[in-house]
Design a protein around this ligand. Structure first.
Ligand code: AMP
Ligand code: MG
Length: 356
């Protein structure tokens, strides 16, 4: 073979290779375009909050409509502000009679009671009379008197919620159930289930900050959720990567009112009837279960850092990130593994807590 032939062969080889890589790139691009075409997004308002859906699937639009319907169905069962919801009927019959509950309501009441007990009553689904007294239910805020709180606190014992053969009964007149700290998490689990059943391998939903990431992003990377900076709505403290997991944040900065220069937020310490003052600005939970993540974010916020970390050490089927009033961002060991701290324009410092 003479040199010329070798050169030509070599060149042809090179061209062929480029051709091949061009084709691969084109195929890749087509795939990307298809994925973008399959990307469906929607925003809706339900359960008193803004909800967003991103679903990557060729039938994404219809699937999102199904998901919204599922959320409306749950809202109509679980909301305190929907007349004739299971919860409204239950509350109206307090001290009077047992009411038949839909199976979803039964499950949530049962879960709420169990998780309440597990958290030493930091989470309390019977806290509603106190939440109402602060005006958070009807958004007519005011600081209740101590006398008023003293009469309401005995009505907030979850042991007085009796569940039996599909019926629920609130033992004392004036009692009321509030699933505001658990229902959105439960809804996120139901939506994730529905999406998976429909064959969706890639989706992310946020039900008023109750985020659930189904599978991964279309490129195979994990979904990323920003950890809000509680002191600045336009900033964040880092990024949390998730795959088939829920992320939920509770914080006093999310809902509050001011009276005489003092801020009062919506997460009530059931021990005092006052907004929890635990030294925390926010608690974020990462868990396989949206329901648990929702409950635990509220409960650990009430507990404060020390008790919350002890609870994590003891139970450990979830991970947490705390933002403290002292200016720290603190991640549990498993959370650290999927968290990118960014202290760009904020003054927070970061540390990780190891499993003992
Ligand atoms: P979240 O935003 O998930 O932390 O839940 C807060 C909501 O749950 C409030 O708006 C109340 O409706 C209700 N809530 C407040 N404090 C508690 C508590 N200690 N346990 C259970 N639910 C609570
Ligand atoms: Mg919650």
């Amino acid at each position: 073979m003479n040199l010329k032939k070798i050169l030509v062969l070599g060149l042809t080889g090179a061209i062929l290779l480029t051709g091949c890589s061009d084709r691969r790139e084109a195929a890749q691009q087509m795939l990307e375009n298809q994925k973008m075409e399959n990307r469906h997004e929607a925003t809706t308002f339900a359960m008193d909050t803004v909800m967003t859906f991103t679903v990557i699937h060729e039938d994404g639009d219809e699937i999102i409509i199904d998901a919204e319907q599922e959320i409306r169905r749950l809202e109509n069962l679980l909301s305190v502000t929907v007349e004739n919801s299971d919860v409204s009927k239950l509350n109206a019959a307090a001290g009077n009679e047992a009411i038949e509950m839909h199976v979803d309501t039964q499950v949530l009441l049962q879960k709420g009671k169990e998780l309440g007990e597990k958290t030493g009553n930091a989470f309390d689904i019977a806290i509603s009379p106190v939440v109402k007294a602060w005006g958070f239910t009807e958004a007519e805020h005011s600081v209740p008197s101590q006398e008023k709180l003293d009469t309401l606190l005995p009505l907030t014992d979850p042991d007085d919620i009796l569940l039996d053969s599909g019926k629920a009964y609130l033992q004392k007149e004036g009692m009321a159930v509030d699933l505001g700290g658990i229902a959105k998490g439960y809804a996120s689990d139901k939506v994730a289930e529905l999406l998976k059943e429909k064959g969706v391998a890639s989706a992310i939903v946020s039900l008023g900050g109750n985020v659930y990431g189904v599978g991964t992003k279309p490129d195979g990377e994990k979904w990323e959720v920003a950890l809000a900076n509680p002191l600045d709505a336009n900033d964040y403290c880092g990024l949390i990567s998730i795959e088939n997991q829920a992320v939920v944040t509770s914080g006093g900065y999310q809902r509050y009112f001011e009276e005489n220069g003092k801020k009062y937020h919506h997460i009530i310490d059931p021990a005092t009837g006052y907004p929890a003052e635990s030294g925390l600005l926010s608690v974020t939970i990462i868990s396989d279960s949206g329901t648990e993540a929702d409950v635990l974010s509220t409960a650990l916020y009430v507990m404060g850092l020390e008790k919350a970390l002890a609870f994590w050490q003891e139970h450990g089927d979830f991970e947490a990130i705390f933002v403290t009033e002292a200016g720290e961002v603190i991640a549990t060991e498993g959370a650290d593994a999927c968290f990118e701290f960014e202290g760009r324009d904020n003054d927070f410092t970061y540390r990780m807590v190891e499993r003992g």
